[in-house]
Unconditional design. Structure first.
Length: 141
């Protein structure tokens, strides 16, 4: 009589291997989400009544005017209203060469302002920003 102990051992091994690979993939996705969340700026320099006010990101509204200084992350998606600069968009595009931006150009939240100070008008905030959409896609994967 054949008892086929090997068959049950192989099935158990394959099931455990599948569970291990699933746990590993979930862990990597969680790490990727954490890294994406760390890319976001925590505060924004909003101009209200000709004064600079530092506000948490959740207080920034569409239409607010923000001042972005050199070396700062752009906190929200927006449109340049004043100034010229170059923006490091490598976190989104992978392109290592900064992109020149001037009045009228769109900027993406969480990218880095390299050179000049610029004023932007917020066009997308909170869960509507490009980075938020990327995070949602990764969460759903």
């Amino acid at each position: 009589p054949h008892l086929y102990f090997e068959t049950s051992a192989i099935l158990i091994t394959l099931i455990l291997l599948g569970k291990y690979l699933e746990a590993r993939a979930t862990s990597q996705t969680t790490n990727a989400l954490s890294e994406l969340l760390n890319l976001q700026a925590k505060e924004a320099r909003v101009i209200k009544e000709n004064k600079e006010i530092m506000l948490p990101l959740d207080k920034v509204k569409v239409g607010d005017t923000l001042l972005i200084k050199p070396g700062e992350k752009i906190p929200v998606d927006g449109k340049v209203t004043k100034g010229d600069t170059s923006i490091d968009e490598s976190m989104l595009t992978g392109e290592s060469i900064p992109v020149e931006k001037s009045s009228g150009d769109s900027v993406i939240g969480s990218t880095m302002n390299k050179n000049g100070s610029i004023m932007i008008e917020a066009t997308q905030v909170g869960g509507d920003t490009a980075l938020s959409h990327i995070i949602k896609v990764v969460e759903d994967a």
